[in-house]
Write a protein that binds this ligand. Structure first.
Ligand SMILES: [Mg+2]
Length: 260
């Protein structure tokens, strides 16, 4: 059962946050959201971005925003700091990537030939592990056609998840949750057998593994667009949508700290 955010009691040691539709409001990170993220980090609750966006975005986020780590490509590539260097952790063995990419390109061509209007997302060229079919960013496919893409891709032997804008697909056996567990172990030195202190917030179908895997999971109100399709529902729901919902969560986490 999903509860209102006010029922979230904590303590929360780190915030894992989706980006599109959660951190962003109408495609932008508002100044007030950015400031709230900074304040939370300064208060000792680090922020980890968890996104379906490409590794190229992940590197930029790591360099330019107040985050501790970035999970990109839905877990395909995770950025962590190692002294002054950025270290990349891959969801599949790096040596296997060229062969996977060749097969994925073939599948993308097949999908585009069978689903009118489907195309590779404009950010696909910055991806290292997965690829994305644009269904709702610059393209506008129906949900049914987007699901047709998902089915075709899965039948070709890949994992596929639909976010609010893309159908991301890639080699099997990684997702947002497996990558976040790596961050909890390696960066936060936490225990993955007790995930309750790690809060996740997201808004879409590709967040379902996180909603299912983390007991302290939160949906921003716009997650209700996909509610019936969500394999796992978040434990808590904000009142507000998108960035405003994330700010509502951050304010709540800050109040838990001061009331402790
Ligand atoms: Mg999202």
């Amino acid at each position: 059962m999903t509860l209102p955010l006010s029922e979230l009691r904590g303590p929360v040691r780190a915030l894992f946050s989706d980006v599109d539709g959660t951190m962003t409001t109408g495609d932008r990170i508002e100044a007030s959201t950015y400031e709230a993220l900074e304040r939370l980090g300064e208060a000792g609750i680090p922020v980890i971005m968890v996104t379906g966006r490409p590794a190229g975005f992940g590197q930029a986020f790591m360099k330019m925003t107040p985050v501790l780590a970035v999970v990109s490509e839905n877990g395909g590539v995770t950025f962590v700091r190692n002294g002054r260097k950025l270290e990349k952790l891959y969801g599949v063995p790096q040596a296997s990537l060229p062969e996977w990419r060749r097969r994925m390109n073939d599948t993308a061509v097949e999908v585009m030939s069978k689903v009118p209007g489907a195309r590779l997302s404009s950010d696909s060229k910055y991806r290292e592990v997965d690829l994305a079919i644009d269904w709702n960013e610059e393209a506008s496919l129906s949900r049914d056609d987007a699901e047709l893409c998902v089915d075709m891709i899965r039948r070709a032997g890949f994992t596929a998840v639909r976010s609010s804008v893309h159908v991301n697909f890639g080699p099997p056996h990684f997702d947002k949750l497996s990558a976040c567990k790596t961050v909890i172990r390696q960066v936060l030195k936490g225990n993955v057998d007790d995930l309750a202190p790690y809060c996740f917030v997201g808004d879409a179908l590709n967040d379902a593994p996180m909603f299912g895997g983390l007991p302290t999971s939160v949906g921003v109100a716009n997650v209700k667009h996909w509610w019936d399709e969500l394999a796992h529902k978040p434990a808590y729901l904000t009142e507000h949508a998108e960035g405003r919902g994330l700010r509502e969560l951050i304010a709540h986490l800050m109040s838990l700290r001061t009331n402790r």
